[in-house]
Design a protein around this ligand. Structure first.
Ligand code: SAH
Length: 366
């Protein structure tokens, strides 16, 4: 999934295609219901509260080939997981994962989608001839009724920026607890969060130090806020100064909702002499039930995805020598007021030749 928020610094805004009236077929505007679009009644107010109703966000996700092709490969190359099974697609969007499953021979797929896109998914399912196999249900997983007591497979693309932003994982766990048959499978079933450290003088200047002098005025009060908001952006592999460490692996088939809040220690070893401006977090997901383990990574050394990476700027610049270590811990928790936001506490220390520093920073993904 991708962000429903408008304010994710550094992330590309969804591009929408403009329809030029002079190019449009007149029949699109006449009252003939054959051409009436199910989305015709949606206004910008609806999009503001529910951007998943707009096709643009789905276009971005579908065009993320790393993401979509991984799910397709998992399903098509491991048909034994899906064939003759009852599947629940949690947050179906356009219905793409349901269509993959139907094509792989699922006995039936329940595609649950809470946004207006559910109506479009119904249309897509119908026009592709899968209405007998796929039932699209419009509503929240937490509120809908399924016409059957249990499902064999739960599939979902629930991952947010920094893995946990938007907190759709809770929805998948809710569905698993309520409907997954004993011995059923969850796709994907593993998600891991990693951390590494980067040199990023140029961009830190642009995003953080910028506020010190804006056309001759001191706006550094915004700087303090800017530094507490992790930045979703693409990190170049060459910027990486240390090794990467695993913070946490979550087993979606077994974990409890509370397990998504945790504290994890880390120890990063510098691979060269450099200056460190930020820590970077990224995740991978895997489908361990496949014949061969499959999955994808959103790390800076892998092919780019729409999740990019998440950059947490440090107040200080760390002058680090090859072989020196940054030790620390990261605490990740759902924000109490808004469970879709993520609170991050980062403690770190470097006891090096040129730098002796120990600090704690707080960040908020919102
Ligand atoms: N499965 C699609 C869409 C993934 S994006 C694809 O892979 O392309 C996640 C989708 O989940 C969004 O369309 C969002 O509207 C939907 N969603 C989020 N929370 C939900 C909930 N609680 N119940 C039902 N749908 C939900």
């Amino acid at each position: 999934m991708t962000s429903t928020e408008n304010n994710n610094n550094g992330s590309d805004e969804t591009q929408t295609t403009k329809l030029h009236f002079e190019d449009a077929d007149e029949s699109m505007f006449d009252g003939d219901d054959n051409n009436a679009d199910v989305a015709d009644d949606i206004t910008s107010a609806d999009y503001y509260f529910d951007s998943y109703s707009h096709f643009g966000i789905h276009e971005e996700m579908l065009k993320d080939v790393v993401r979509t092709k991984s799910y397709q490969d998992v399903i098509y190359k491991n048909k034994f997981l899906i064939k003759d099974k009852i599947v629940l697609d949690v947050g179906a969007g356009t219905g793409i994962l349901s269509l993959f499953c139907a094509k792989a021979g699922a006995a039936h797929v329940y595609a649950v989608e809470c946004s207006q896109m559910a109506d479009t998914a119904k249309e897509i399912v119908k026009s592709n001839g899968f209405s007998d196999v796929i039932t699209v249900l419009k509503g929240k997983i937490e509120e809908i009724e399924l016409p059957i007591p249990k499902v064999d497979v739960i599939i979902s693309e629930w991952m947010g920026y920094f893995l946990l932003y938007e907190n759709m994982l809770d929805t998948v766990l809710y569905a698993r607890n309520k409907w997954l048959v004993d011995g059923g499978i969850v796709l994907p079933d593993k998600a891991s969060l990693y951390v590494t450290a980067i040199e990023d003088a140029h961009y830190k200047d642009d995003k953080v130090e910028f506020w010190d002098d804006v056309y001759g005025f001191d706006m550094s009060c915004i700087k303090r806020r800017a530094i507490t908001e992790p930045l979703v952006d693409t990190v170049d592999g060459n910027q990486i100064v240390t090794d990467s460490k695993l913070l946490k692996t979550m087993d979606i088939s077994k974990m409890a909702a509370g397990d998504a809040s945790f504290t994890a220690p880390f120890k990063l070893v510098a691979q060269r002499n450099d200056h460190i401006h930020a820590l970077v977090a990224y995740f991978d997901v895997s489908f361990t039930m496949c014949h061969k383990k499959m999955g994808f990574s959103t790390g800076p050394k892998s092919r780019a995805t729409h999740w990019k990476q998440t950059v947490l700027y440090l107040e200080d610049v760390l002058t680090i020598c090859e072989g020196e270590t940054i030790t620390g811990s990261m605490t990740i928790a759902q924000n109490k007021k808004n469970p879709r936001d993520v609170d991050i506490k980062l403690s770190y220390s470097l006891n090096g030749q040129h730098c002796n520093i120990s600090r704690t920073h707080f960040y908020k993904m919102r």
